[in-house]
Design a protein around this ligand. Structure first.
Ligand SMILES: NC(=O)c1ccc[n+]([C@@H]2O[C@H](COP(=O)([O-])OP(=O)(O)OC[C@H]3O[C@@H](n4cnc5c(N)ncnc54)[C@H](O)[C@@H]3O)[C@@H](O)[C@H]2O)c1
Length: 333
C-alpha cells in the first residue's frame, strides 16, 4: 500500500513507519521538525527511516498548504495516518497558539488535500485527554466528552469534529484513535517517563503532582503499532447511534492498555529499571491535567481481536535500556 503519514519524525510516527516499511509498504512521511523538544532526536528518527527502502521524506509544516498539496498529489495514498500535532497538556498553557495552528489548521489543511483522493482509510490521532475529568470509568468511546480541561484536549476534540464533518460530506472513511499515554524506546522528552528517568540518573528530584495520587492507562508503543496496523484494513462503514451521522464512515476507537497504573507504582517501575531511588518533590495538581485515565478497549478488541498486554515493567525496562544507549553518559552519572 501507499501510505501518507504525518509526524514521522515523532515518537509514535517513527515506530509505526518502521513497522509499515518493514512490511514492504511505501511510506511518504511529512514532519515539520518543530522545536518543541530536542530536534536531534527527531533527526535521528528520520535518518533511521531514510535507511529503509520505500520511505520518502518531506520536512515542512502542515500549515504550508502549497507544499502539502504537492506532497499529497505525489504520494497518491491508499491510506493516510495523521499523527503530526502539537502534543502535551502542560505546554498548552505556555503556547496555546501552537495548538490551534498545528492541530486545527494543520488537520484541516490535510483533510482538504486528501478529501477528493481515493483514500481507503484515514487514521486520525486523538487522545484520552478528550475525556477530561469524566467520573465514569473506564472511558468508553460513547461517553460524552464535551468539557475539555486543556487547550490540547480542546483542539484534539475539534480535530475529531472536523474529521467527522469530512467523513460525512466527502465519504472519507475516518477512524479517530484515542491514544492513552504511550511510552517506550525513542520516547518523548516532555513525557513523565523520560523526565523521571533523566532526573533519577542525574540524582535530581522528580516533580510528582497531586501528591502521587494520579492514575494513567499506559500503552506500550509496540502495542499501539500493532493495534493501528490491525485497524488499517478495517475502514468504518456508515454508522448510526451516539448522535453520529448515519451516513458518515466514521468511528472512534480507544487504544490503551486497559489497566490504570498509580503514579507511585510507575515510579517504582522506573526505580527498578534504573537501579536507583527517586527523590520525590511533591506538588499539587497541575492546571489542565486529569486525575486519571482508563481505557475501555472493548471496541478495539471487537474490531481487531487484539488487546494491548505488554507488562508495565517490561516496557519501562525497554525504555530505560534505550535511554542508556541514547545518552551513554547517563549511566555513569
Ligand atoms: N505519546 C502519547 O502518549 C500520545 C497520547 C495521546 C495522543 N497522542 C497523539 O499522537 C500523535 C503522535 O504523538 P507523539 O507522541 O508521537 O508526538 P511527537 O511530538 O513525538 O510527534 C509529533 C510530530 O509532529 C510534528 N509536528 C508538530 N506540528 C507540526 C506541524 N504543524 N506540521 C508538521 N509537523 C508537525 C513534530 O515535529 C513531531 O515530530 C499526536 O497527534 C499526539 O497528540 C500521543
Amino acid at each position: 500500500m501507499r501510505i501518507l503519514m504525518t509526524g514521522t519524525a515523532g515518537f509514535i510516527g517513527f515506530h509505526l513507519a518502521l513497522r509499515l516499511l518493514a512490511e514492504g509498504h511505501d511510506v511518504t512521511g511529512i514532519d515539520g521538525m518543530t522545536s518543541y523538544y530536542d530536534i536531534a532526536l527527531k533527526q535521528a528518527r528520520h535518518a533511521r527511516l531514510r535507511e529503509c527502502p520505500g520511505f520518502t521524506c518531506h520536512e515542512f509544516m502542515l500549515e504550508d498548504s502549497g507544499a502539502l498539496a504537492r506532497a499529497c498529489r505525489a504520494a497518491r495514498p491508499d491510506i493516510v495516518i495523521h499523527l503530526a500535532a502539537q502534543a502535551g497538556v502542560r505546554y498548552s498553557l505556555e503556547n496555546p497558539g501552537a495548538y490551534v495552528s498545528a492541530n486545527v489548521v494543520g488537520t484541516h489543511n490535510l483533510l482538504e488535500q486528501v478529501k477528493d483522493l481515493p483514500v481507503r482509510h484515514f487514521i486520525l490521532a486523538s487522545t484520552s485527554s478528550v475525556y477530561g475529568a469524566s467520573l465514569e470509568i473506564p472511558f468508553a468511546e460513547d461517553l460524552p466528552c464535551n468539557q475539555p480541561l486543556s487547550l490540547y484536549a480542546a483542539t484534539k476534540k475539534a480535530c475529531e469534529g472536523i474529521g467527522h464533518s469530512y467523513a460525512h460530506l466527502h465519504g472519507l472513511p475516518i477512524t479517530a484513535c484515542r491514544f492513552f499515554t504511550v511510552y517506550g524506546p525513542w520516547g518523548r522528552p516532555d513525557m513523565a517517563l523520560f523526565r523521571f528517568t533523566r532526573n533519577i540518573f542525574a540524582g535530581l528530584p522528580i516533580d510528582v503532582y497531586n501528591g502521587g495520587d494520579m492514575q494513567r492507562d499506559f500503552t506500550y508503543v509496540d502495542d499501539l503499532v500493532e493495534a493501528v496496523c490491525r485497524l488499517l484494513p478495517l475502514p468504518p462503514a456508515t454508522q448510526a447511534g451516539h448522535g453520529a451521522s448515519p451516513v458518515a464512515p466514521y468511528r472512534v476507537v480507544n487504544v490503551g492498555g486497559g489497566q490504570p497504573v498509580g503514579l507511585r507504582d510507575f515510579i517504582t517501575a522506573i526505580e527498578r529499571a534504573t537501579g536507583r531511588e527517586a527523590i520525590c518533590n511533591m506538588l499539587p495538581m497541575q492546571r489542565g491535567d486529569v486525575p486519571r485515565s482508563w481505557a475501555d478497549c472493548t471496541v478495539l478488541e471487537q474490531l481487531t481481536g487484539f488487546h494491548p498486554a505488554t507488562p508495565l515493567q517490561a516496557g519501562v525496562d525497554a525504555f530505560v535500556a534505550w535511554y542508556r544507549q541514547w545518552y551513554r553518559a547517563a549511566d555513569g552519572a
